[in-house]
Design a protein. Sequence first.
Length: 83
Amino acid sequence: MTVLIYVDTSKQVGDPDHLKVFANADAAATWFAENDPEGVAFEYEVLGMKGRKRQPPADGRKASRAMPEGLARCASVVPGRIP
């Protein structure tokens, strides 16, 4: 399982708005569209989750690792820009 993380460098470390953690690319894309269209997200593996099966979305859609258009997949600390 991975999460996408956004860092607001204008905020101090520890400020509640310094980091945004998104459970999936759809949530990140929605937030970026409304708050920071030029923002950068990083994708990180959640520790302790290896070996667990991915759960399908609750709304019955097929589970997918595909990123929405405009949101680039990032490996570890390689940024992906949202146009």
